[in-house]
Design a binder for this molecule. Structure first.
Ligand SMILES: C[S@@+](CC[C@H](N)C(=O)[O-])C[C@H]1O[C@@H](n2cnc3c(N)ncnc32)[C@H](O)[C@@H]1O
Length: 430
């Protein structure tokens, strides 16, 4: 048993080392051609990723338990293996002998850490005996201090606590259908529930590419909140639409499925490959442009422009629990400036009466409500349009006083939450 999952656990330990010691984003490490998951079978890759993600999601609570059993912190490589072992025992409910043997073997197999195998064995056995007593009943993990304070400043303490609790729950798998009329059919076929926003939600673990309808391109994975920006446009049939920051392409696929003639632009060639693959699989069409939005110039004007701008991604912590741990690397003000520069540029490409939707998967007002206020205050020919959350199956609480949408991870808390998002809509005056 220990040997069986050893490669996945070793890779998970390397993922933790990359995030916690080298301060690298998990998504970057996972994408690397020489990353820890290369060469693993699909099931081992999935296990390694899920184990590292679970460990990061509960890191504060796991560390609090481990601190009771350690007189001093071991070297990071050993500490990370103990963290994984604690996550397996206390969260995933893995059989104790498998998790303990694996932790001891991993520490023993590395000559730099092998002399910590006795300590690892002792601590792992204490986790088995007493870990749950100290783990269960702990409050959800707080965000790092400054991040939390910032959130309290925006949302208050109660909502911030609720957001932290939602982060700890992780995220179910949400699915967008190419043909919305097949919702009930795919709810049955995928054993999923229909969401008020029109997509599907799956609560069971599954290898996505093996699921019914994946190869046929009938659907794609997209968080319920992420479907909202594209849905804010009116009828797009036959309209020319620019998706300005498009990769990996969830919103491009939505816009194409809505019948729009889509131009899809992103600065990243690597990320654009995902858009290309997604379109090929789903049989949807878009013109793809790899370019810096700040340097590109279109030959035509558009009926609608979606700017799903680069941002802090703080709305996606449920799925990316490493983000708060690396928040010090974030240059929020550079992002705010880039967002404003992009919007200013894109306004020139909008036809009279054309619609602009600005969105960010951020929880920070600087990248949401403040940007909307800025656009309203500028002399830019735009009219600010009110969005109705209930028309889109969202809670009424999602309405901001000025008519934008503020989506939070603690919405639909009992049903698995949603990503944090901000969405605003404008129209160019005729
Ligand atoms: C939030 S993601 C977009 C997600 C995408 N709309 C979707 O639904 O799948 C932001 C994207 O902006 C792109 N980006 C960042 N700076 C850019 C720039 N200067 N020009 C164009 N794209 C840029 C990033 O490569 C990233 O793919």
């Amino acid at each position: 048993m220990a040997k069986q999952g050893l490669e996945a656990r070793k890779a998970a330990a390397q993922l933790l080392n990359a995030v916690l010691s080298e301060q690298r984003l998990l998504s970057e490490v996972l994408d690397r051609r020489d990353g820890p998951l290369v060469g693993l079978a699909p099931a081992e890759r999935a296990r390694a990723q899920s184990l590292a993600t679970t460990t990061l999601r509960y890191l504060g609570r796991l560390d609090a338990v481990l601190a009771r059993f350690l007189t001093k912190r071991p070297p990071p490589a050993v500490h990370n293996i103990l963290r994984l072992c604690a996550a397996e025992l206390l969260i995933d409910g893995i059989a104790p002998h498998g998790a303990v043997d694996a932790a001891v073997t991993l520490v023993k197999n590395n000559r730099r850490t092998s002399h910590f195998s006795g300590l690892t064995n002792a601590v792992a056995r204490k986790l088995v005996a007493d870990g749950a007593t100290h783990f269960d009943g702990q409050a959800p993990q707080h965000l790092p201090k400054e991040f939390r304070q910032h959130m309290i400043g925006i949302y208050g303490r109660e909502i911030t606590d609720a957001i932290e609790a939602a982060h700890e729950q992780g995220a179910p798998v949400d699915i967008s259908l190419k043909d919305a009329s097949r919702l009930d059919e795919f709810a049955d076929r995928l054993d999923a529930v229909v969401l008020p926003t029109g997509g599907l939600r799956m609560y069971h673990n599954a290898q996505i590419s093996a699921l019914d309808g994946f190869d046929a391109g009938d659907w794609w994975i997209q968080d319920a909140a992420a479907t909202i920006p594209a849905r804010c446009f009116g009828d797009l049939k036959g309209k020319r639409v620019l998706d300005l920051c498009a990769a990996p392409g969830g919103k491009t696929m939505q816009l194409a499925a809505m019948g729009a003639d889509v131009t899809s632009l992103d600065i990243s060639n690597y990320r654009m490959k995902r858009v290309r693959e997604n379109l090929k699989r789903t049989g949807l069409n878009a013109e793809l442009v790899v370019a810096d939005a700040m340097e590109w110039e279109p030959e035509i004007q558009f009926d609608a422009i979606l700017i799903d701008a680069p941002c802090s991604a703080t709305g996606t912590v449920r799925r990316h629990p490493d983000l708060p741990l690396l928040i010090d690397q974030l240059n929020l003000y550079a992002l705010v400036e880039l967002q404003q520069a992009m919007v200013s540029k894109a306004l020139k490409w909008l036809k009279p009466n054309g619609e602009l939707v600005f969105s960010t998967c951020s929880l920070f007002a600087e990248e949401g409500e403040d940007q909307s206020d800025w656009l309203v205050d500028e002399d830019n020919g735009l009219t600010h349009l009110r969005l109705s959350p209930t028309d889109m199956g969202l809670p009424q609480d999602a309405a901001t006083p000025t008519g934008d949408l503020r989506l939070r991870p603690d919405f639909w808390a009992a049903e698995g939450g949603m990503d944090g998002f901000f969405v605003a809509k404008f129209q160019m005056n005729a």
